[in-house]
Design a protein around this ligand. Structure first.
Ligand SMILES: Cc1cc2nc3c(=O)[nH]c(=O)nc-3n(C[C@H](O)[C@H](O)[C@H](O)COP(=O)(O)OP(=O)(O)OC[C@H]3O[C@@H](n4cnc5c(N)ncnc54)[C@H](O)[C@@H]3O)c2cc1C
Length: 395
């Protein structure tokens, strides 16, 4: 058996997590974490929130200080895009040459979707994914009076909130008839819409942006993301709107795993494989991979983590536990942005819970969904009033 160890492509959330967790699990072969960005691995969520506001400084973004990697004997290679993978030879190639692996983890994340903009707007049009993107956007905003945001998804709305709080004139263009139309239920959209309107944001619903008539100092494209799977595709790995993996995060090559935003995986919470973009998903998938690589004696459980997600806009925290399929039965409790909860049931079983400013219900939903084979029915919710009550009754 060779001792090339594990190579991880992509030094973001999932890549960092896999490397760190391999050592936690006692893996003692070489680990090489290769990233194309110049920064040591850092968290992305603050980029549209506290970091963009200037409330969190750059030194607080990294998951760990630089010496962590030396201490854990993890070779961190930054600024070094991987240009190809050779699954037959079990090597990857960068501008510095080829490196052999026993196990390969692809954690290349996602990239912001782009759209053509006229030349006159090019210099002031941004997307937001990396720390460098956030620095460029932040710098442009400093001297700007106005920002136009294309797309009312989470990132666009978080930036809208940040910019409105900084006193900018904010206009959001959204083709759908409500914000967060693809990802949240109507009551959540309505409550958050109200909050943005109160902050003075000009929400243009049912309206695509007309770049020719657009007057704004800064433009942000917040129109979703695409998986970074070109490397995997060129290597002949099966891809279909993301790198296709099985319930153990294995790609179509037995020595190559994929995790995080780039991976499309089965989950007990959806009827077909999904590609999720969340911190939780990146961490849990990376942990499952590390467990398998580090521990060759016991069999890992298939991926079953409860999906969860959060977004911060103003003082409001949106949280989702589970995934919201179509045609669920919805039960609403509370109103507005403080304490609202939307419970989603399918076939009399709780499948998801969305909350605004209600961390207790969110945590209870996660715990109850994690129990899997002991579903919560609408009658359980009615009997105990809240999921917190249901959870307590089952302890
Ligand atoms: C602004 C912003 C706010 C967010 N807010 C939230 C939030 O509130 N809650 C939440 O749950 N999630 C949030 N997310 C999503 C979350 O951060 C991502 O889902 C998570 O980072 C995905 O981890 P990943 O490792 O799959 O990808 P990433 O963290 O994106 O890491 C992938 C890395 O791989 C690198 N890479 C790509 N190709 C190559 C190559 N060929 N060679 C070497 N390196 C390569 C990329 O440059 C990148 O550094 C947010 C994301 C952004 C951008």
């Amino acid at each position: 058996m060779s001792n090339h160890g594990t190579i991880i492509i992509g030094a973001g959330q999932a890549g960092y997590q896999a490397a760190a967790q391999l050592r936690v699990k006692g893996y003692d072969a070489p680990i090489t974490l290769i990233g194309d960005e110049p920064h040591i691995p850092y968290q992305q969520p603050p980029l549209s929130k506290a970091y963009l506001k200037g409330e969190l400084t750059g030194d607080r973004l990294p998951f760990r200080p630089e010496n962590f990697y030396d201490d854990k004997d993890i070779v961190l290679r930054l600024n070094e895009p991987v240009s190809s993978i050779d699954p037959a030879g079990k090597t990857i190639t960068t501008s510095k040459g080829s490196v052999a692996y026993d196990h390969l983890i692809i954690a290349t994340g996602g990239a912001p979707r782009r759209m053509p903009v006229p030349d006159r707007l090019k210099d002031r049009t941004f997307t937001l994914k990396t720390r460098d993107d956030a620095d460029a956007l932040g710098q442009a905003l400093e001297n700007a009076k106005s920002i136009a945001i294309v797309g009312a998804g989470f990132i666009g709305l978080e930036v809208a909130a940040t910019a409105a709080q900084a006193g900018k004139t904010v206009t959001v263009f959204e083709m759908q008839d409500r914000i967060l139309a693809r990802v949240a239920s109507p009551a959540i959209s309505a409550a958050l819409q109200e909050r943005h309107l109160t902050a003075g944001v000009d929400l243009r619903l049912n309206e695509g942006v007309d770049f020719d008539a657009l007057e704004a100092d800064v433009v942000l494209l917040g129109i979703g993301g695409v998986p970074v799977d070109a490397l995997a595709q060129s290597a002949g790995l099966t891809c279909d709107g993301g790198i296709v993996v099985d319930a153990f995060m294995r790609t179509s090559d037995p020595h190559i795993f994929a995790a995080g935003d780039c991976a499309k995986s089965p989950t007990p919470f959806w009827s077909s494989p999904v590609r999720l973009e969340s911190v939780q998903n990146a961490i849990d998938q990376a942990n499952l991979i590390a467990e398998q690589i580090a521990n060759t004696t016991t069999a890992a459980q298939p991926y079953h983590a409860v999906p969860w997600f959060w977004s911060d806009q103003y003082e409001v925290k949106y949280q989702l536990a589970g995934l919201i399929p179509e045609a669920t039965m919805m039960v609403q409790a509370g109103q507005g942005t403080d304490g609202l909860a939307i419970y989603h049931f399918r076939d009399q079983a709780l499948v998801a819970c969305e909350t605004l400013g209600n961390g207790a219900e969110h945590m209870s939903a996660r715990r109850l969904l994690d129990q899997g084979n002991a579903p919560v029915s609408p009658a359980d919710l009615q009997e105990h009033g809240t999921l917190k009550g249901v959870f307590k009754s089952r302890r």
